[in-house]
Design a protein around this ligand. Structure first.
Ligand SMILES: [Zn+2]
Length: 320
């Protein structure tokens, strides 16, 4: 698209125009409108259409900053094709600073492609999917590891049998965070639903934590710019790392003893089976357990607070 009018429900962008508005997706019990912000950047010349969204989990803010940057930075007169961008998908969860929609307690990323007559989350998914995602040639759903500390990585959720598998893997490589999880995801993920309709899709995970992490946001912006350049939507050369690590699973590391955690392995570091990844101490600081990795892999994510009870997961290892 681009080079011709792009329309998402009542929002219409002519070639060369940038339009910002809200989709009205329902009402709260007092009649307050529930509105999803959505922008269309329509290039003056034809090209691909990119759909990008953030805050599908309402407490994942890094992607919001990436989408805001893209909406402000891209000049439609230089763009080929169009960008449809949703900075906040799960608006009610976002208000509360939590992952799940408080009305139906659903995780938005289990609701795609949505249901017209479903719960509020399913209705929002339905509207976004049918009004916006289906127009796209490429789909990016920005996430992060919630409050956990996590590496910057891109997930491909379709599984090898899908007709869009190769194209989704290419999109992940082009986004270029250097680390890819290639593992079929659960039903209802946008990055699984869109490829069923022939739209390559990825789920970049921009670190983790609360608030805005400048480094993860910058990597996310570079990733989107890489996509725009690689697929001919913007001039310029993408900056894609020559070597990228691909893992196929994330395995939990669980503690036997409860107490305080001292990690011995930092994020991104390679771990060998049997390596001590953390120590557990009692309330006096005495070491009571050395936690060893049962796997070879990459230190992918760590519990944000340095405490755990018996049987709790304290880290995830990306395995090959
Ligand atoms: Zn998420």
């Amino acid at each position: 698209m681009g080079g011709k009018r792009v329309q998402v429900e009542h929002l219409i962008a002519d070639p060369g125009a940038k339009v910002e508005g809200y989709l009205r997706v329902g009402e709260l019990q007092d009649g307050t409108q529930i509105r999803i912000p959505l922008a269309i950047i329509n290039g003056s010349r034809p090209g691909k259409t990119l759909y990008i969204q953030a805050a599908s989990d309402g407490d994942e803010l890094n992607g919001v900053a990436v989408v805001q940057h893209i909406i402000r930075a891209i000049d439609p007169s230089r763009l080929r094709g169009a960008i449809i961008a949703v900075p906040i998908v799960n608006v009610l969860a976002f208000q509360r600073g939590q992952q799940l929609n408080p009305i139906d307690n659903k995780k938005m990323n289990r609701c795609f492609p949505g249901r017209r007559d479903g719960t509020l989350s399913e209705r929002i998914a339905y509207r976004l999917y049918n009004s916006a995602v289906k127009q796209a040639d490429l789909c990016i759903d920005l996430h992060q590891g919630g409050a956990w500390r996590m590496i910057d990585e891109v997930r491909v959720r379709v599984g090898e049998g899908n007709r869009c598998y190769e194209e989704s893997m290419e999109l992940a490589r082009v986004f270029g965070l250097g680390y890819i999880l290639d593992k079929k995801g659960p039903d209802g993920q946008l990055a699984r639903a869109a490829p069923q309709d022939g739209i390559p899709a990825i789920d970049p995970e921009l670190g983790g934590g609360q608030g805005w992490d400048r480094r993860s946001i910058e990597k996310g912006i570079r990733g989107v710019m890489n996509v725009l350049k690689f697929y001919g939507m913007l001039p310029g050369e993408p900056e894609i790392p020559r070597r990228q690590v691909v893992v196929h699973d994330l395995k939990e590391i669980v503690v036997d003893r409860g107490g305080f955690l001292r990690f011995k392995v930092e994020l991104y570091m390679l771990v060998k089976k049997g390596d001590v990844v953390a120590e557990v101490t009692d309330p006096f600081g005495n070491v009571i357990e050395e936690v060893r990795s049962p796997y070879d892999g990459v230190m992918w994510a760590q519990k944000p607070r340095p405490m755990a009870a018996s049987g709790e997961a304290i880290a995830f290892i990306g395995t090959f």
